[in-house]
Ligand binder design. Structure first.
Ligand code: ADP
Length: 485
């Protein structure tokens, strides 16, 4: 499929129910990372267009919040159904602009849609509270109300699900949204807007603006109308946005970087651990914030694990994600590729051994070989910095205490994983890991029903699950007095 032939393809921004160009008429080029060809352009909007999008959302707010929960739920449900009906087309658009294997894209559309379904249901369950007042003529009532205009800034690694995970709860509770997708993957976001328009969201309720990240981001973070900013991206940009949001004391959700430990104890089922490591490390070509970054294997099973892990990696097929046979796509761009090269060269210079891979793929362009490094040293950059690529560093450890200390020795605290069949150990280690998410005997934990999020420098707030709605709600306390008169 040529992306421009898709009925879901739009090369304009969606603001106040209209498809618009940038005031300057300037555009940004979007490339297919598998062949570097331009697939289209999107408007290069800046501050003025962002202000208009925020104002449109604000104008849409009274009507949207006044709808009953059931009415909002019905529209969200229609959006969900349209996503499922158009799954294949959305998946094709995603692979063309993002590069991930088509089956992973299909999986992401289902995953992204599941947030819309989940929050269409949760919309009806925004329960308040009554609290006994110490005085007899009074009652304490707790109301839950939408926070107001929500801005969401999303990354390129999950071009669909990172949008729905933020916007579905916001819309469900009655907040309008302004979405700024990553410049590498705007067409998935604009396709979602096409379907939102069809689903019947009133104009201004859902807006998508593309363009200059710093100008749009500055306005979203500093405009007083925006009451909540939800960001997924690097810790570096997250910290900048947090500072900017301080100026107007906005509510914030931050889903930032991670450096996941993946621990294999000697009582683990090693075949399961290898399957989990493959899923956790190599999904999306290693470009997820929950990817295993440090694989710790206990001495007794180290050799067996490494042998089976190398064997599994040797079967991976690298290439254009549109080819159904390929299990690993390109990296998003040259910059990401050079970071991977740098991490591998640095680790090897400091003593690591390349068990498989270790260099650019013969396909050239943005392709890198799925790689396993063993005997990686603590000083290597890869031990502390997020690689965001298909490289698995493996470390050997002796006992539980040692590995917990190693695992927790990071400013990040997003995802962690471990494999064990010992129930006592499973409890101890789950409680000791300083991470927002712990996968026990699994390499995949993300789902609409569960609270996704990190601690430490990995972020603030939770997305998905019943907790994911709290970030878009204000609690209002009403004290009703004089009830005895
Ligand atoms: P990544 O390394 O995953 O691209 P970034 O944090 O750079 O992570 O980008 C995540 C999102 O933040 C993208 O939508 C990007 O365009 C946006 N972004 C980048 N720089 C800024 C900025 N200065 N202000 C606001 N948003 C930004």
């Amino acid at each position: 499929m040529k992306i421009t032939e898709s009925k879901l393809y739009r090369d304009k921004c969606y603001i106040n129910g209209e498809w618009i160009e940038a005031d300057s008429r300037e555009t940004i080029s979007v490339n297919n990372p598998a062949n570097l060809e331009e697939i289209g352009t999107v408007p290069k909007c800046e501050t003025a267009e962002t202000k208009r999008a925020i104002e449109a959302a604000n104008e849409a707010w009274p009507e949207w919040r006044a709808k009953s929960a059931r009415q909002r739920s019905d529209i969200l449900r229609k959006w969900f159904n349209l996503m499922i009906d158009n799954k294949e087309e959305l998946a094709q658009i995603m692979t063309i602009e993002q590069g991930k294997p088509i089956n992973e894209s299909r999986g992401e559309i289902g995953y992204g849609a599941s947030f819309v379904e989940w929050f269409s249901e949760e919309a009806k369950r925004i329960y308040g509270d009554t609290i006994p007042d110490p005085l007899t003529d009074r009652r304490i009532i707790v109301l839950k109300q939408p926070v107001g205009v929500v801005a969401s800034i999303t990354p390129w690694n999950f071009p669909n699900a990172m949008i729905t995970r933020k916007c579905a709860p916001a819309l469900a509770v009655g907040c309008p949204v302004v979405i700024k997708p990553a410049s590498q993957t705007p067409f998935s976001a604009l396709a979602l807007a096409v379907l939102a328009e069809k689903a019947g969201f009133p104009k201004g309720t859902l807006n998508v603006i593309t363009g200059k990240a710093s100008a749009i981001g500055d306005e979203l973070a500093s405009n007083p109308i925006v009451r909540k900013l939800s960001f997924t991206g690097s810790t570096e940009i997250g910290k900048i946005l947090l500072q900017k949001c301080a100026g107007t004391v906005k509510k914030v959700s931050m889903e930032l970087g991670g450096h996941a430990p993946f621990i294999v104890f000697d009582d683990a089922n090693i075949d399961d651990a290898v399957t989990g490591a493959m899923q956790s490390k190599f999904r999306n070509t290693g470009q997820t914030c929950v990817c295993a970054n440090r694989i710790y294997v206990q001495e007794k099973v180290h050799e067996e694990f490494c042998k089976k892990f190398v064997d599994a990696v040797s079967k991976m097929k690298v290439g254009d994600g549109l080819n159904e046979e390929n299990s690993s796509g390109p990296m998003i761009d040259e910059h990401s590729l050079s970071k991977v090269e740098e991490h591998v060269e640095d680790a090897v210079a400091l003593g690591a051994k390349v068990a498989i891979g270790g260099s650019k793929h013969s396909l050239g362009l943005n392709f890198y070989q799925p790689t396993i490094l063993t005997e990686v040293t603590p000083q290597a950059k890869i031990t502390t910095e997020e690689t965001f690529g298909p490289v698995a560093p493996v470390y050997k450890f002796k006992d539980e205490k040692e590995v917990i200390d190693l695992a927790n020795n990071s400013p990040y605290g997003l995802a962690s994983y471990f494999y064990s069949r010992d129930i006592g150990r499973i409890w101890r280690v789950s409680e000791a890991l300083e991470y927002g998410m712990v996968g026990v005997n699994t390499g995949l934990t993300s789902k609409a029903e569960a609270p996704f999020g990190g601690i430490k420098e990995s972020g603030l707030g939770r997305e998905g699950s019943k907790y994911g709605i709290d970030d878009f709600i204000e609690i209002k306390y009403v004290n009703m007095c004089g009830l005895d008169k």
